[in-house]
Design a protein around this ligand. Structure first.
Ligand code: HEC
Length: 126
């Protein structure tokens, strides 16, 4: 009789200990779901280029010396673009990628900035 009380006590301690352990595991495995979200971000990164946020700052910084103001070169005023000028973006992407714009004598983007800008301009060209 006495022995079964002890084993019952031991058994209940086990239940408490074991019962407490599982919650730790699911919380550990939720970190395993982390790699999933970046996948969807990657997919939308290519599809949506935000003109105002991603592209305009680069154009303003490298192109406004000549493509803005009262008499913009080629009639291209980069500050007036809204993000829907597909034909302009196609042309701009081409000359930026080819290294023709900005012209040699003006401030140059780094190779990385140039590649990114060209890629985003091409994405906007539809
Ligand atoms: C130092 C002045 C200057 C800067 C800075 C400049 N451009 Fe130009 N851009 C010109 C001139 C001058 C022309 C016209 C003559 C020519 O094509 O070289 C021109 C022409 C262009 C054309 C028309 C090309 C064609 O073949 O019809 C595009 C597109 C263009 N620029 C885009 C850009 C972009 C995008 C930037 C910024 C990344 C930029 N430019 C920066 C001076 C500039």
């Amino acid at each position: 009789m006495k022995l079964s009380w002890i084993s019952l006590a031991i058994a209940s301690v086990f239940v408490v200990v074991v019962g407490c352990t599982p919650p730790a595991e699911p919380s550990g495995s939720t970190t395993g779901t982390d790699p999933a979200p970046p996948k969807s971000t990657d997919g939308s990164k290519m599809a949506t280029v935000d003109f105002e946020k991603d592209v305009k700052p680069g154009l303003v910084s490298f192109c406004t010396p000549c493509h803005a103001g009262a008499e913009p070169q080629e009639g291209l005023d980069v500050t007036k673009l809204t993000g829907s000028e597909k034909a302009s973006f196609a042309k701009m992407g081409k000359v930026v990628e080819a290294g023709e714009m900005p012209p040699e004598k003006s401030k140059q983007p780094t190779a990385e900035e140039r590649a990114k800008l060209a890629e985003q301009l091409k994405a906007l060209s539809g």
